[in-house]
Design a protein around this ligand. Structure first.
Ligand code: NAP
Ligand code: ZN
Length: 347
C-alpha cells in the first residue's frame, strides 16, 4: 500500500484536518502521480456538508487534480514517469455499457466511480480525492496536460472547465447565439471564456455588481445585476441559452422569463433543494430546462487540448492547504475570484 497524506473531514460536522491514509499499489494498468495543485470546487463543500446525500467519511475532497507521474504499471502505454497528468471527477466506470462505449462515462449505467465520496468497482473500497500528496488512477481516467500553460491554473479545467465546455458543445452554442451565464464563480467564469471562444454573445447574470469589471475582462459583452429590477426587465426574452451555475436556491421563474421563445436553460449548478418550475414559465415560449454533468474522458482531453491551443486557463487564487476553511467561507459568500487552488507543497 502507498502511505498518503491528505486533508479529510471525519464527519459532516467536523472541519477538514490532516489525515494519513493508504492508496492501493500501482497495478499493471495504473498511473501514480504526485499532486502539485488541486482546485477547490463548490461540490467539495456541498459534499463534506452532506448537502446532497449522506457522504462516505472520512472524506478527502478534491477533483481538479494535476501533478507529475512517479510510477506507471507494466501495461500502461500513454504515460511515463515525469509526464504531467490530471484527473477530474471520475476515476472509473464499467467501460462496457452503452454510455461508456459512447465516451459518456459520467453517465455510466452501472454508476461511475467518483474521485472521492464514492466506492471503487469492488463496491466497498472508498475513493479519496485530491487534497492529498499522491494518487493512483487507472490509465483510462488520467488526462494529458500541456506543459505550455500555468499548471496551477489548469487544475480547475478538470471540473469547472469540462462542466461548462461539455454543455456548450452539446447544445452547439456559438456564433449568432445569445448566451447568459448565470453566476460568476468557478464554473461561471470558465463558461464565459468558452462562450466567447465559441463565438456567442455572452451576458453575465450576477448578484454581485462588483464583478462587472472582471466579467468584461473575461470577455463578457454584457453584465446584468439580477437584483436590479430595471436591468432584469430590460433583459427579458433575450437569451437563447442560460447556463445556470448557481450553487444555492434561486428563482427559476424569474430566470426563465429571460429566455427567448425556444430557449433552453441548462442547469449545471446543484443547489441542495429542488427548484420550483411553474409550467407556465415553460409553455409560454416553448422553453426547456435541461441539465448536464461534467463530461466524458475523451471530451475532457479535447477540452484540455482546446485550452492549450487557445491559451485558456482558469483565473485562480492560490492558497495553502491550512487556509481551506477561509476559502470555503469566502466561496459560500460568492467571494471567489474565480477559483481557489491549493498548492500541495503546503500540505
Ligand atoms: P462557486 O464558485 O461558488 O460559484 C457559484 C456562483 O453562484 C457564485 O459565485 C455566485 O455568483 C452565484 N450564487 C451563489 N449563491 C447564489 C444565489 N443564492 N442566487 C444567485 N446566485 C448565486 O461554485 P462553483 O464551483 O462554480 O459550482 C457551482 C455549482 O455547480 C455548485 O452547486 C456545484 O456543486 C455545481 N457543479 C456541478 C457540476 C456538474 O457536473 N453539473 C460540476 C461541478 C460543480 P454571483 O456572485 O455572480 O451571483
Ligand atoms: Zn467540481
Amino acid at each position: 500500500m502507498i502511505e498518503t497524506k491528505g486533508y479529510a473531514a471525519q464527519s459532516a460536522d467536523t472541519d477538514l484536518a490532516p489525515w494519513a491514509f493508504e492508496r492501493r499499489e500501482v497495478g499493471p494498468h495504473d498511473v501514480q502521480f504526485d499532486i502539485l495543485f488541486c482546485g477547490v470546487c463548490h461540490s467539495d463543500l456541498h459534499q463534506i456538508k452532506n448537502d446532497w446525500f449522506p457522504g462516505i467519511f472520512p472524506m478527502v475532497p478534491g477533483h481538479e487534480i494535476v501533478g507529475r507521474v512517479v510510477k506507471v504499471g507494466d501495461h500502461v502505454k500513454k504515460f511515463k514517469v515525469g509526464d504531467l497528468a490530471g484527473t477530474g471527477c471520475l476515476v472509473d466506470s464499467c467501460q462496457v455499457c452503452e454510455n461508456c462505449k459512447k465516451d459518456l462515462e459520467q453517465y455510466c449505467l452501472e454508476g461511475s466511480t467518483g474521485t472521492y465520496n464514492s466506492l471503487e468497482r469492488d463496491g466497498k473500497t472508498p475513493t479519496y480525492g485530491g487534497y492529498s500528496n499522491t494518487i493512483v488512477v487507472r490509465e483510462e481516467f488520467v488526462l494529458h496536460v500541456s506543459d505550455k500553460l500555468n499548471l496551477a491554473a489548469v487544475a480547475p479545467l478538470l471540473c469547472a472547465g469540462i462542466t461548462t465546455y461539455s454543455p456548450l458543445r452539446h447544445w452547439k452554442v456559438g456564433k449568432g447565439h445569445k448566451l447568459a451565464v448565470l453566476g460568476l464563480g468557478g464554473l461561471g467564469h470558465m463558461a464565459v471564456k468558452f462562450g466567447v471562444a465559441f463565438g456567442a454573445e455572452v451576458t453575465v447574470l450576477s448578484t454581485s455588481p462588483k464583478k462587472e469589471e472582471d466579467a468584461r475582462k473575461l470577455g463578457a459583452h454584457n453584465f446584468v445585476v439580477t437584483t436590479d429590477e430595471a436591468q432584469v426587465k430590460a433583459a427579458m426574452g433575450t437569451f437563447d441559452f442560460i447556463l445556470d451555475t448557481v450553487s444555492a436556491e434561486h428563482d427559476f421563474k424569474m430566470y426563465l422569463s429571460l429566455l427567448r421563445t425556444d430557449g433552453t436553460m441548462i442547469c449545471v449548478g446543484v443547489p441542495s433543494k429542488p427548484a420550483e418550475i411553474p409550467a407556465f414559465s415553460l409553455l409560454g415560449g416553448r422553453k426547456s430546462v435541461a441539465g448536464s454533468g461534467i463530461g466524458g474522458i475523451a471530451e475532457t482531453q479535447e477540452m484540455l487540448d482546446f485550452c492549450a491551443a487557445h491559451n485558456i486557463v482558469s483565473e485562480i487564487e492560490m492558497i495553502d492547504m491550512k487556509d481551506i476553511h477561509t476559502a470555503y467561507e469566502r466561496m459560500e459568500k460568492g467571494d471567489v475570484r474565480y477559483r481557489f487552488v491549493i498548492d500541495m507543497a503546503t500540505l
